[in-house]
Design a protein around this ligand. Structure first.
Ligand code: GLY
Length: 381
């Protein structure tokens, strides 16, 4: 990576202000039970009900905008969704997923952290209970998708789940019930043993036999091939392991996060924004700016955990370079009709969904990255 250079404080403030104003402009569209779809269509997010794994990113954006501006419009818009999130749990609306962490950390948990609302806290804990229902004790893993008896999904984990484990770690902190933490620790260990490959790449998904607990095989779902390295999966891994270190203090998490980070950084094109799969380092395949934003946050958190000055500076510097590339070359400033923030993300290339579009988690992590650069406290994980 050569081209980008770091951002000035003025550029950071300007980029954050742009993202906040985009978020403000979207409030009328995404309120009253409506949320942005996971990916835009023609760079415009359609609106959908609260039935996807991604609704929480919209809440997270509202809360980041509120923290920055203290404008009640953002707070009210976010608070108005709590009943939706509670209903989703009560009525089990698309809750057969491990993504309860993404959903409830950035919505109800953020609300509780910022406002102290007890109903929000209870909602987070209910979500943690539901996530625990997905735990297969013999294998010691949390199943990613689908019903627990679905033969196509039974015993399948995915690397993305590292980002959902903070829901369980936090539930133990709040309730002092160790079961949440023990499940998270077991899932973390099984993921590190199976999903991380010897060459420091990662499988997207891995199957276990839930009766014997035996690890079976790694496959991809959104990557180029079973043996390639899906860029967003690697980025989820970097950030998820850095977060896990914060909750566990296990130095192995840092070692693994560094392995994944080094591979990621060694497979970037010149401007530092990864292709959708790290098998590509040049050419006309699409970039995944959303993976880049997640990596920025993972690299910064990893850097903050390190004692060694040179490693700390290297990861933080690389994260800054990627962020500067995103700010200068990937935003919707060039596409004024867009209601998104960050262009050129890929949701699911093999299925042709959200390819070269805005992705709502890309917008969220971009805001999180800008917020963290300006005020180190802007995180809900
Ligand atoms: N967690 C789903 C994705 O990254 O597409």
């Amino acid at each position: 990576m050569k081209q980008p250079v770091g951002l000035t404080e003025e550029e950071l403030r300007d980029a954050f202000a742009y993202a906040i104003e985009k978020t403000r402009a979207n409030i009328p569209t995404f309120s009253g039970g409506w949320y942005p779809a996971p990916a835009s269509v023609g760079n415009v997010y359609p609106r959908i009900p609260n039935n996807e794994w991604t609704s929480g990113f919209w809440n997270g954006m509202l809360w980041l905008a509120y923290l920055q501006t203290k404008d009640e419009a953002f707070r009210t818009a976010a608070e108005n969704t709590l009943a939706d999130y509670r209903k989703r749990l009560d009525e089990r609306i698309a809750t057969n997923t491990h993504d309860l962490g993404f959903l409830y950390i950035l919505s109800a948990k953020a609300q509780y952290l910022i406002t102290g609302n007890e109903e929000a806290k209870d909602t987070v804990l209910l979500a943690a209970d539901l996530l625990m229902e997905r735990y297969h004790p013999k294998a010691g893993i949390i199943q990613a998708w689908g019903n627990l008896d679905d033969p196509a999904q039974r015993g399948r984990i995915i690397i993305d789940c590292l980002m959902n484990l903070p829901l369980l770690f936090w539930a133990t902190e709040i309730t002092e019930d160790q079961l949440y933490r023990l499940a998270a620790l077991s899932h973390l260990d099984r993921t590190r043993e199976t999903i991380i490959r010897e060459d420091d790449t990662t499988f997207h998904t891995f199957y276990f036999d839930t009766k014997s607990g035996k690890p079976l095989r790694g496959t991809t779902h959104q990557g180029y091939s079973d043996g390639s390295c899906w860029a967003r999966g690697q980025a989820w891994g970097i950030y998820g392991l850095a977060l896990a270190y914060g909750y566990t203090g296990d130095p192995g998490c840092l070692t693994d996060a560094k392995r994944l980070a080094n591979y990621f950084l060694d497979h970037l094109p010149e401007d530092g924004v990864c292709y959708w799969d790290l098998i590509f380092t040049q050419g006309s395949e699409e970039r995944d700016s959303s993976a880049a934003t997640i990596a920025v946050q993972g690299l910064h958190l990893l850097a903050s955990h390190l004692d060694d000055d040179s490693d700390r500076q290297r990861y933080a510097h690389q994260a800054d370079l990627i962020l500067s590339s995103l700010v200068r070359g990937y935003t919707t400033r060039t596409v004024p009709e867009s209601n998104g923030i960050l262009l050129h993300a890929v949701y699911h290339k093999p299925n042709g969904i959200g390819v070269d579009e805005c992705n709502i988690w890309g917008d969220y992590f971009y805001m999180e990255a800008l917020g963290m650069k300006l005020h180190s406290a802007m995180t809900f994980w």
